[in-house]
Design a protein around this ligand. Structure first.
Ligand code: PLP
Length: 849
């Protein structure tokens, strides 16, 4: 049997990875050596792997520079409408390979390093993830934004991502004695070769102070100033020579920070206190789908918005258009040239009133708040990504009053007009006024940021069809009734560059062999694969790639977890943040049930499974942390049971992050997307698995609904309550105990958890989980248990027939076209931002020599 190709050999075969021409390779070698010498100041005798990684990164980066400058010049010349994405999170992962893929440099670099006696893959593994986000779009859609930046550059949009350069990104998860331990993510420790500091564009951001009413109008005075120092990271498009910018702000104390202390002799203390101001960009809040009303968080939100808006208006005024005499001071033209996309909780609402403030300040005094408001609404669009009430941002008024007193006044003024309008449309409907107010009354007055966003935007959208319907019919129904034309849907997507070409070269290649490589920019072309559903050779190729990916991942698992993996078992994977609504506990109940069945009939021919669950729990979320402990406890029992053998293994994948996703997802047979219907806004993990040839077991939730529509419902394993069923059950009341008493296998599993079967030394270890599931489970795990187990039986049965399984896989891959973030971005561009995407290239600069 021929030895399977290594990834390196495989990549060389793929023309979509660029050609390793002799000249190209020679140049890369020269530049690599030059960087090792001049940039890293090392020679080959003393260089470490990390030095080599940096030399490679700089060599690749050189190829971006000309394109980056050229793109920005091009934008200046053509002055297109700019698209600004503001977010507190950008979950970018690694940059090196992505850059090589988009610049078609991968094969050439591989060859150059090979000739230098180095292994490119090994060097790539040294790069730290830029984990400046929590994952998915629950709380922060950070990953979606990373996909969107890639798509915006690939579609030639003049787009900018703006966020915070956290010194510490999402924590690293360690599993110690089965529990999650958090470690700080010191990702900048060795330096970041991809960023460029731009101190010349530093901006002041004001906090605290008070409002003064003077003859010249209202003033915000006695503020504390923090400087926002920008760092730019290039965002290359896919082979179109476009390089956009992600600009992340870092907090710097001004030189005169706490100067008054100097005068009383507190010089040392004053310098030490600079840290306090700089804490703003110290660390990412690690919550997922949970709002924590901390002052530092509000500071972060305001910091990014205030710095960014100054930058946007500076760029507007410096643009050809903005610099013409007439227009310079006329910000009424801003909406023609600028669109602000406000995601997550934060910037959304802040952006709105801050924009108003800016327009007022930076315009002739005749400019009224009304005009400013009009500009704001025409400029801003709001994307909602969760309906979980605990995730919606509601800031205590007191906190606001202290930190941003002038902004609070403006919010009150906006609210006054908003309520006036409601009163005129719905006279005497006091309940509606209360429900729709931007200010929630109660023990503690709160500002409802989602309401502010809706009122302050010309467009509001959800991120999957079902989610957009839910927001219209439930949380934002009053707003929909009043302004139905504002509401839209934009189903999320993922970038096929990172999530196929980069992470699964084998599959990308097999597809390219059949339908050419244009599908990488136009994912709808995957439909052409449906012609090959019955083509034995194609079925064999797809199955073979999956098997290779599994073997490779199995090696990683065996090394890491010291567990013997059966590579012929079904790889059943649930990776995502640990959260009750995502229902990792439902998965646990299936594992236990499957285990009990094997034990009961050990001689039956069970379909073997390796079940992997991974994900981080927010550090303060106790239930999520207990869920991790339960998974590891089940693993300890199951994996050491000789009766079970290699028919069932349970592995908790430690430290789930983009880099691990890129390894695990291509190896998955089964993708678990089992949230309670109506709770997952869209999900993006579901799409990544589908594109990489896994079949989905899932509920009719989020984007699963559209995945089933695109691939054919018969090609997914759909089970459980629909949104209507969940609503009906909420009305009638959910009675977990009834299920427990009625379903013997469920009862057995629960009794094992509560009786210490999985935690013999500490029988009550899981009492909180048990109590929650039995008595206050908001996500109704037991209600879907029976159907889930039955559905898993169907999965196991089909897996016994590899050919039929792979045919379904091909239907799924063929139906993936809709889930490209290129499609998502094109829709935002045309239907919300008023800009036209394009697949045209701009001219290439001369590459570095
Ligand atoms: C895609 C992705 C997510 C989102 O997964 P969902 O299943 O949509 O919640 C979270 N974290 C990482 C690292 C990812 O790559």
């Amino acid at each position: 049997m021929p030895k399977p190709l290594t990834d390196q050999e495989k990549r060389k075969q793929i023309s979509v990875r660029g050609l390793a021409g002799v000249e190209n390779v020679a140049d890369l070698k020269t530049n690599f050596n030059r960087h090792l010498h001049f940039t890293l100041v090392k020679d080959r005798n003393v260089s470490t792997k990390r030095d080599y990684y940096f030399a490679l990164a700089h060599t690749v980066r050189d190829h971006l520079v000309g394109r980056w400058i050229r793109t920005q010049q091009h934008y200046y010349e053509t002055d297109p409408k700019r698209v600004y994405y503001l977010s507190l999170e950008f979950y970018m992962g690694r940059t090196l390979q992505n850059t090589m893929v988009n610049l078609a440099l991968e094969n050439a670099c591989d060859e150059a390093l090979y000739q230098l006696g180095l292994d490119m893959e090994e060097l790539q593994d040294i790069e730290e993830d830029a984990g400046l986000g929590n994952g998915g779009l629950g709380r922060v859609l950070a990953l979606v934004l990373a996909c969107f930046l890639d798509s915006m550059a690939s579609l030639g949009l003049a787009a900018y991502g703006y966020g915070i350069r956290y010194e510490f990104g999402i924590f690293n998860q360690k599993i110690v004695n089965g529990w999650q331990i958090e470690e700080a993510d010191d990702w900048l420790r060795y330096g970041n070769p991809w960023e460029k500091a731009r101190p010349e564009y530093m901006r002041p951001v004001h906090f605290y102070g008070r409002v003064e009413h003077t003859a010249d109008g209202v003033k915000w005075v006695d503020t504390q100033v923090v400087l926002a120092l920008p760092y730019d990271t290039p965002v290359p498009g896919y082979r179109n020579n476009i390089v956009n910018t992600m600009r992340l702000w870092s907090a710097k104390a001004p030189c005169e920070f706490n100067l008054k202390d100097f005068n009383v002799g507190g010089y040392i203390q004053a310098v030490l206190d600079r840290n306090l101001a700089e804490n703003i960009s110290r660390v990412l809040y690690p919550n997922d789908n949970f709002f924590e009303g901390k002052e530092l968080r509000l500071k972060q939100e305001y910091f990014v918005v205030a710095a960014t808006l100054q930058d946007i208006i500076r760029r507007f005024k410096a643009s050809k258009f903005g610099s013409t005499e007439v227009v310079r001071m006329d910000l009424t033209k801003l909406p023609d040239k600028v669109t602000l996309s406000l995601w997550d909780l934060v910037p959304k609402m802040n952006g709105i009133f801050h924009l108003i403030r800016f327009v007022v300040i930076h315009s002739p005094s005749s400019f009224s708040l009304l005009q400013a408001w009009d500009i704001t609404v025409r400029t801003c669009a709001y994307t909602n990504h969760t309906v979980l009430p605990e995730a919606l941002e509601r800031w205590p008024v007191d906190l606001f009053q202290n930190l941003l007193p002038r902004h609070l006044q403006i919010i009150y003024e906006i609210n006054r007009r908003h309520l006036e309008r409601i009163s005129s449309l719905y006279p005497d409907d006091h309940d509606r006024l209360r429900r729709m107010s931007l200010i929630e009354e109660g023990e503690q007055k709160k500002i409802n940021m989602a309401h502010l966003c809706i009122v302050g935007s010309h467009a509001v959208n959800g991120v999957a069809r079902i989610h957009s319907d839910i927001i219209k019919n439930t949380v934002f129904k009053d707003f929909y009734d009043m302004d139905p034309q504002k509401f839209q849907n934009k189903t999320n997507g993922i970038t096929p560059r990172r999530w196929l070409v980069m992470c699964n070269p084998g599959l990308a290649e097999v597809i390219a062999e059949r339908i050419g490589e244009d599908y990488i920019r136009d994912l709808g072309q995957l439909k052409k694969l449906l012609k090959f559903v019955d083509d034995d050779a194609f079925i064999r190729d797809v199955a073979k790639i999956k098997q290779e990916n599994k073997m490779k991942f199995a090696v990683h698992l065996e090394e890491h977890y010291k567990v013997k993996i059966n590579p012929n078992s079904m790889f059943d994977i649930q990776v995502k943040r640990i959260h009750e609504y995502k229902r990792q506990l439902l998965n646990c109940l299936h594992i236990i049930t499957f285990y009990n069945r094997i034990k009961k009939e050990p001689n039956k021919s069970w379909t073997p499974r390796t079940i992997m669950i991974g994900g981080k729990a927010a550090p303060g979320y106790h239930m999520a942390k207990s869920i991790i402990r339960l998974i590891t406890a089940i693993g300890e029992v199951v994996n050491n049971d000789p009766v079970v053998g290699d028919r069932l293994k349970v592995i908790f994948l430690e430290n789930y992050r983009v880099t691990l996703a890129e390894k695990a997802i291509p190896a998955a047979d089964l993708s678990e997307q089992i949230s309670t219907a109506g709770t997952e806004a869209s999900g993006t993990g579901n799409m990544k698995f589908m594109l990489n040839g896994a079949l989905t077991i899932g509920t009719m939730d989020g984007a699963n609904v559209e995945m089933a529509e695109e691939a054919g419902e018969e090609n997914l394993f759909i089970f459980g309550m629909r949104v209507d069923d969940v609503e009906a059950m909420d009305k009638k009341g959910y009675d977990a105990v009834e299920y427990y008493n009625r379903i013997p296998e469920l009862k057995q599993a629960m009794d094992q958890i509560s009786g210490g079967f999985f935690s013999p030394s500490q029988p009550d270890l899981f009492k909180d989980i048990v109590n929650m599931l039995m008595h206050h489970d908001r996500f109704k795990v037991f209600a879907d248990y029976e159907e889930y187990i039955k559905c898993q039986e169907k999965v196991s049965a089909l897996y016994k027939n590899p050919k039929e399984w792979t045919k379904k896989v091909i239907h799924n891959i063929g139906g993936c076209g809709k889930f490209s973030s290129d499609r998502t971005i094109s829709q935002y561009a045309r239907e919300i931002w008023g800009v036209e995407p394009s697949l045209e290239k701009i001219a290439a600069p001369d590459d570095p020599r």
